[in-house]
Write a protein that binds this ligand. Structure first.
Ligand SMILES: Cc1cc2nc3c(=O)[nH]c(=O)nc-3n(C[C@H](O)[C@H](O)[C@H](O)COP(=O)(O)OP(=O)(O)OC[C@H]3O[C@@H](n4cnc5c(N)ncnc54)[C@H](O)[C@@H]3O)c2cc1C
Length: 378
């Protein structure tokens, strides 16, 4: 870790302590999109961490991104999730966008235009090859038809990055990604879903009925959409791993504080070895997950093949976060089960990290595939 890493981590930590964490209880209760908070974060350069300076970003590496994600999630997971979504879209544009498409980055990083990454459909979750949304050529442009489900930011987004079939006969090689103006005629959006956790993240459906797209809406090569989508997922998984570590860290901090204060049998519960072991196991697993996330980030930054490392980091960190936030609830006893105490929210916020960005069953498939292809020491 160098000076820049420490500076950006400390800046995100301060912002999380002073602004995000105090707002988290209300945001969770109201399920509100915190536009004003995101504008402030944009001013601090916390969106699009990896976007090169030439394209208007801070040009930092994946390790810096992981450090920021952990700190933001320590404040509130929905806020980190917004940062992760912007990073994913920014990575798509940096790697695959035309000059004109990269021109969108200014508005996206400033949160003047909110984005949505639109893959999942009713029949296509883990198995992306099941998507039915189509884009059919029409003159020089395209006509988009279909529907997407559970899309983060769908109720508020301005731009959708939509995976559609452009050649149904070609399977995964017949998909393409389009940049879609979500205010265009033919686009409809559902209301925000009521979710278990990360309740300030707005998630909903999008439907496309004969939406006309210009030729330059195509992102990257026609037919390479599946590959393009996959190309940013390693970094996305580092981000979700870091987010999970941040949630668990917040749980540990709350549990240590409560254990020192809460008295039973005439002493602080922190003096009971049963409670000390809960705290110690939380601390050791959080540290292990943090190191896995940072090691995967470092591998990506070194240009190494990091797919297995990124899946291991995401899978381990998210399983850890669910187990260890449950322990935080346990340390609080009955109070941990009552709404308004931070640990109850952290436990709910952690669960989705085992599901999105590829479920943990899919991560295990990837890990096993890499082991069997490249050997156990690769
Ligand atoms: C809050 C939230 C935000 C989301 N944000 C987005 C977004 O912004 N954009 C987007 O495109 N999608 C988004 N999603 C969708 C998310 O990516 C999917 O829910 C996820 O990929 C899993 O798909 P599924 O829900 O259809 O589950 P399914 O694929 O139906 O899986 C159901 C169960 O079967 C298991 N399973 C499936 N296949 C296998 C297999 N081969 N081997 C072993 N087990 C298997 C899964 O692990 C899971 O346990 C979001 C979902 C939620 C809840």
């Amino acid at each position: 870790m160098n000076e820049t890493h420490l500076e950006v981590r400390d800046m995100a930590r301060r912002f999380a302590d002073e602004v995000i964490r105090p707002a988290a209880v209300d945001l969770d209760r109201d399920g509100r999109f915190p536009a004003e908070l995101y504008e402030e974060m944009a001013g601090l350069g916390l969106f699009g961490i990896g976007v090169p300076e030439a394209l208007g970003g801070p040009g930092l590496d994946t390790l810096a991104y992981a450090l920021v994600m952990e700190e933001l999630a320590r404040g509130y997971a929905s806020v980190a999730d917004q940062c992760g979504l912007v990073e994913l879209i920014a990575s798509l544009l940096v790697r695959h966008g035309t000059g004109a498409q990269q021109g969108l980055l200014g508005d996206i990083l400033a949160m003047r235009r909110k984005v949505a990454y639109c893959i999942t459909e009713a029949e296509a979750g883990s198995d992306v090859s099941g998507i039915r949304t189509t884009a059919v050529r029409d003159g020089t442009g395209w006509v988009l038809d279909g529907g997407k489900l559970w899309i983060h930011n769908a109720p508020v987004a301005d731009l959708g990055f939509v995976l559609a079939r452009t050649d149904p006969a070609q399977g995964n090689r017949g998909m393409s990604i389009f940049v879609v103006d979500l205010h265009a005629p033919g686009v409809a959006r559902g209301t925000a879903e009521h979710k278990m956790g990360q309740r300030a993240s707005q998630v909903g459906a999008l439907t496309f009925s004969e939406v006309r797209l210009p030729a330059d809406a195509l992102l990257g090569e026609e037919g390479r959409g599946f590959h393009i989508m996959m190309s940013v997922l390693d970094k996305g998984r580092v981000g979700i791993g870091a987010l999970a570590v941040g949630i668990a860290q917040a749980g540990l901090e709350a549990a240590v504080g409560y254990a020192a204060e809460r008295r039973q049998f005439g002493k602080a519960i922190a003096e009971f070895q049963g409670v000390q072991w809960l705290l110690a196991d939380m601390a050791k697993d959080i540290e292990a997950a943090r190191l896995l996330v940072q090691s995967a980030a470092t591998k990506l930054d070194a240009g190494e093949d990091a797919t297995k490392a990124c899946s291991i980091a995401k899978c381990f960190a998210s399983d850890m976060a669910v187990a260890r936030t449950a322990d935080a609830v346990q340390v609080f006893g009955g109070a941990g089960y009552i709404q308004g105490y931070e640990v109850e929210r952290l436990y709910r916020d952690a669960k989705i990290t085992q599901i999105y960005e590829g479920t943990n069953q899919i991560q295990r498939l990837i890990i096993a595939r890499e082991l069997l292809r490249k050997g156990a020491r690769a």
